[in-house]
Design a protein around this ligand. Sequence first.
Ligand code: GLU
Length: 306
Amino acid sequence: MTAASLPPRPVTRFAPAPTGRLHLGHLVNAMFVWGLANRAGGRIVLRIEDHDRQRCRPDFEAALLDDLDRLGLVPDEPPTDGLRAGPSPFRQSDNGSAYEAAVQRLGEVADVYACDCSRSTFARWREAHGRPWSGPGCPGDCRAPGLAWRHDRGLRVALGDGAEAWDDLLVGPQAGPVAPDGDLLVRDRNGNWTYALCVVVDDRRHGVDLVIRGEDLLDATPSQVRLGRLLGRAVPPTFAHHPLIRRPDGSKLSKADGATAIGSLLDAGATPADLVGEAAARVGLLAEPRPLSWTDVPKLLANRRR
Ligand code: GLU
């Protein structure tokens, strides 16, 4: 049983990436975010995680803001109209200078180095050694020569070795290696600041002390805790990793599953309560789907057994 408890009046966030339409998986995340925040008298920040400029699209962002409005999901800040109005501190693509400043700061306390490794460098290493690269460094040993920082090279930060542990609000005590697949990439070879960097910088800048997200991100957490510490965050946020909707074969539902797009389901006549009930049933919070209002969700989560 976890000893972790909800921080009093926490700040949490809903942080979708506009790489596709909002789907039932996001609705599960929203249920946990709004439900747990509501239970603890907390606040919810809406953040657009469009750090990947090749995959994110403004029309997907516009659709997701509309979907949130149609669902009746209201963040404490910013209002959806605030994001529609133009640049915002809550949209990653508008805040490159924050990530750049963080990498500068990291460079003062750790080794940040340019890296030429691509996916195929990792694949070749795996073929040659019969296991994937793991632990500090990278398969091309890019740290040693001190390559020049160029936009077509990635940037990695040496977080060190070892593990980080935390007591997860939903899945109990956890621990994992900080470099499960090499030193952490903070900028990719397309010049994008990476998810890991942006999420840690933004959670700090937005005052987030409760991170609620799917359990597919459990393995990403130790490096984020370590990165946060290097960036001056002495106390990591409380983490709550919730179950995901799985396809029948056990794989994670993704935006490619067009049939579950929230907008299409609403267009076809489903009500927000139908969809909340469907999402709750898909992760075992209800035995059978039934219409469920947002105000029922905190109670449902309080009764949930881990
Ligand atoms: N943008 C991430 C996603 O859509 C959120 C990750 C997180 O909550 O840390 O999966």
